[in-house]
Design a protein around this ligand. Structure first.
Ligand SMILES: C[S@@+](CC[C@H](N)C(=O)[O-])C[C@H]1O[C@@H](n2cnc3c(N)ncnc32)[C@H](O)[C@@H]1O
Length: 179
């Protein structure tokens, strides 16, 4: 379980502040490193909904949020498989969705994120360079292939404005157009 790096975390803080985020979904809580970065950029009354399949990771994340001085009411921790949990969240309600769980499910996370985001909202994916495997055509494992397909899908979607930021292991960012 590798948390987001410093550059990626800084970019998440900026993105959350840029959209004045009040409601954020995180897929892949881990031990809370990216969650703290998101919360630091969000409005002071903003709530992070964060999903992880591993309850032990979420227990550690809760500790991380407490140590970072985040009030408990600002974080909604949901334990479960992302694709089960996301379907229960409200359409068009969220300002930002950050994806960092199972790379093979990134295409599904994109579909769910576009449903959850308000117009003008942002979706971000960590590991978009996947340890430099994406640019190497010899790499055809399921994670690499899924991330390549995600990048293509985002690029070809006229309703998205996107960029692949070369921070850390790569952060793919896309804004859902307002009209
Ligand atoms: C790379 S870690 C997340 C790190 C975290 N975002 C951070 O930067 O601090 C990936 C997390 O996704 C979780 N995960 C993997 N598959 C999942 C799934 N299908 N649904 C929900 N969580 C999943 C793992 O348990 C792990 O905690």
């Amino acid at each position: 379980m590798v948390p987001i790096g410093r550059g990626g975390a800084a970019a998440l803080t900026v993105l959350a502040a840029a959209v004045d985020a009040k409601a954020v979904v995180e897929i892949g809580t881990g031990t809370g490193v990216s969650g703290v970065a998101l919360l630091r950029g969000m409005r002071a009354d903003g709530t992070l909904t964060t999903v992880d399949i591993d309850a032990e990771n979420q227990r550690l994340a809760k500790q991380t949020f407490t140590e970072a001085g985040i009030p408990s009411q600002r974080v909604r921790l949901i334990a479960g498989a992302a694709l089960d949990v996301l379907t229960r969240l409200t359409d068009g309600h969220y300002d930002l969705v950050f994806c960092d769980a199972d790379k093979r499910e990134y295409g599904d996370y994109l579909r769910e994120a576009l449903r959850l985001l308000r117009p003008g909202g942002v979706v971000a994916f960590d590991n978009a360079l996947w340890h430099d495997r994406i640019a190497d055509p010899a790499q055809r494992d399921p994670e690499t292939t899924a991330i390549r397909e995600l990048i293509r899908a985002v690029r070809e979607d006229d309703d998205l404005v996107s960029a692949l930021l070369p921070v850390g292991d790569g952060l793919l960012v896309a804004v859902k157009r307002s009209s």
